[in-house]
Design a protein around this ligand. Sequence first.
Ligand SMILES: NC(=O)c1ccc[n+]([C@@H]2O[C@H](COP(=O)([O-])OP(=O)(O)OC[C@H]3O[C@@H](n4cnc5c(N)ncnc54)[C@H](OP(=O)(O)O)[C@@H]3O)[C@@H](O)[C@H]2O)c1
Length: 225
Amino acid sequence: MPVALIVGASRGIGLALARQYRADGWDVIGSHRGQDGRQRLQALGARVLELDVRDAGACAAFAAELEGQRLELAVINAGVYGPRTASLKEPPDAAQFDRVMHTNVLAAMRLAPIVAPLLAPARGTLAFVSSRMGSIAGAGGSNGALYRASKAALNMVARLAHLEYAGHGVRVLALHPGWVRTDMGGPGAEVDADESAAGMRRVIGDAATFPAGGFFDFRGQPLAW
Ligand SMILES: NC(=O)c1ccc[n+]([C@@H]2O[C@H](COP(=O)([O-])OP(=O)(O)OC[C@H]3O[C@@H](n4cnc5c(N)ncnc54)[C@H](OP(=O)(O)O)[C@@H]3O)[C@@H](O)[C@H]2O)c1
């Protein structure tokens, strides 16, 4: 049975991915923080691990729990948007900056070297859930400036992870899930979490069409970095 690790699986897109991989017969390890997330994942028959990705000690404990675990897939999905008002005219304060950057960027830098060796034996996929808002080439305005800066930085982490781990057989992707109706995306977003997850699963599952080192949306469209 293939094994998928989903970091940030308690709700929204991560939970939809966990549900769909379980329904497809995968063994799923989902990370959560609170009790609600744990219960939702256990109800799916997923294995659970507690992790606050901002906590370095918790990441080290997470690495120890996963030691020796073979993985076909790891999805680094946990993320926060931060202040909706952040723009170049209204810069974030230091605490807001640290929260968003630590969650969206530092955590990915900590987790990549933990999961890549576990993916290598199966020549698995390491997928970072990024955003088209992280595209520098596609930037259309400075709204959501802190989130945009964090996802641009995450995209660089994904590119560097590709350079670092492709030689070990790990396929690294950066994915845009669409504008999704979740707590983050809000009720007016374009697609629901199940459609987003199904699209990303299609991209993840088709290495011939969506090669290592790429940045794709959930419909399989390549995005400019
Ligand atoms: N929704 C959209 O339209 C959209 C668009 C582009 C990209 N994305 C990206 O897609 C990913 C998932 O977003 P979503 O819409 O599903 O958001 P969401 O509903 O707000 O869920 C966010 C997930 O991240 C987890 N998380 C946040 N901070 C964490 C931390 N410090 N440690 C561990 N887990 C943490 C949450 O866990 P808790 O339940 O414990 O808080 C939750 O599982 C994010 O990376 C987001 O940037 C979303």
